[in-house]
Design a protein around this ligand. Structure first.
Ligand code: GLA
Length: 394
């Protein structure tokens, strides 16, 4: 299905809601997706990350119920869910599909706040799904915002991120770090979130849309290996951390070590694990330098760090692929591009390029031609703007 502009999407959402659930009042909410400028695979290593909420995400039309039923629909997926809340256990089941994310949030409110009342909801997104732009975090955060608004539990900001993150790790069972839910819940227009995952603590660093634009480069390569490859990287990093501790240096997270510690522990690590550790520690330095570049309004320096980050995820962390390499190479060759790298977990999906404003059309045309001639796949592009955090709309 093509991605609809926001007004058309809200109309379609309300029309589907009324068709499926009948007339009457309804409320609509939005939570953003995110791109991560720097800090690839650092969140689960206690490192610093630099995500930015974007102006696209997930919308929900919702109405509370007096009984315990939960009825869920999506404009993007065919699967419908209609069940009694008492049938929702501690974990999702394969038959629930996408609905596991909102149900996990509802179950979180049940556990933390005693919520028993169900709800009717229709979801829709203007983000490409499963492409590394965090549609799953956005659906969790928008559900958390909506349920809180309907019932007045007073859950805001970081609490929204935490309930959303618990839904993903506890209920759905994905071993992700905290970046995506924090980026969506704490997004602020005109800013990038500098999140120190070890705390967690965060600060908002200004981002100037008049100086730099973000173009998403969609390889159209599905992320088949993302789950197994992601879990393998998490396990490898835990092994590197254990080796560093065994070498006599005790720190709470892998990202908090120095490169010299890694060198000293080299005898305890094979080449693969050494490179995994090197990516984490060099990426940590790049993220700090990236925050400094943002504060100095130096988007060229920021772009160069994105290029280095991509090289490190390709060579040391091995989460890139031929499609992500080809599309970022093609973008880098264009005038006005400051830098490019993969986003999200990698293994396919999307990359981002930072551009001087006004270049997007030319960059898209040249990147598409080069990518298509190398790989025979037609890519897609989305020029994203910096967006707000979660809000009620309509
Ligand atoms: C996925 C995870 C995030 C983060 C990134 C890699 O998007 O959901 O928590 O680990 O990969 O930076």
């Amino acid at each position: 299905m093509p991605i609809l502009p926001r007004a058309a999407l809200l109309d379609a959402l309300a029309a589907r809601f009324r068709a499926d659930f009948g007339p009457g009042p309804l409320r609509c909410f939005f939570a953003p997706g995110r791109i991560n400028l720097l800090g690839a695979h650092l969140d689960y290593n206690g490192g610093d990350v630099l995500p930015m909420a974007v102006d696209r995400g997930i919308y929900v039309a919702i109405r509370p119920r007096d009984d315990g039923r939960v009825r869920l629909r999506s404009l993007d997926f065919e699967r419908v869910v209609d069940l009694d809340g008492s049938a929702v256990g501690a974990h999702t089941t394969p038959d629930l599909g996408w609905a596991g994310y909102p149900l996990g949030v509802w179950a979180g409110f049940r556990a933390a706040h005693g919520l028993q009342r169900g709800f009717d909801a229709v979801f829709a997104g203007d983000l490409p799904v499963a492409s590394g732009l965090s549609s799953s975090a956005a659906i969790e955060v928008v559900t958390a915002l909506a349920l809180d608004a309907l019932h007045g539990f007073g859950v805001h900001g970081e609490q929204l991120a935490l309930i959303a993150h618990r839904a993903e790790t506890g209920f759905v069972g994905v071993r992700c770090g905290i970046m995506d839910q924090y980026a969506s819940a704490l997004g602020r227009a005109g800013h990038v979130l500098l999140l120190h995952c070890a705390g967690p603590r965060w600060e908002h660093v200004p981002f100037d849309p008049a100086a730099c634009e973000v173009l998403v480069l969609d390889t159209k390569k599905p992320r088949h290996l993302a789950k197994s490859g992601f879990n393998e990287r998490v396990a490898q990093c835990a092994a590197v951390h254990a080796a560093l501790r065994a070498a006599g240096v005790e720190r709470p997270h892998l990202a908090l070590y120095e490169l010299a510690d890694l060198e000293r522990a080299r005898g305890r690590l094979d080449d693969v694990h050494f490179r995994r550790g090197r990516h984490v520690l060099t990426e940590m330095a790049r993220t700090r330098d990236g925050a400094a570049a943002l504060r100095a309004h130096d988007y060229r320096a920021l772009g160069a760090l994105l290029d280095q980050s991509h090289a490190s995820t390709r060579v040391d962390y091995e989460v890139s692929c031929a499609e992500l390499d080809a599309i970022t190479d093609a973008a880098r060759a264009c005038q006005g591009v400051f830098g490019a790298r993969l986003v999200g977990a990698g293994f396919g999906g999307c990359a981002i390029a930072l551009l001087a404003p006004g270049c997007a059309d030319a960059v898209q045309a040249a990147t598409a031609a080069s990518y298509q001639s190398r790989l025979g796949i037609e890519p897609a592009f989305y020029l994203l703007r910096n967006g707000t955090g979660p809000v009620e709309v309509g």
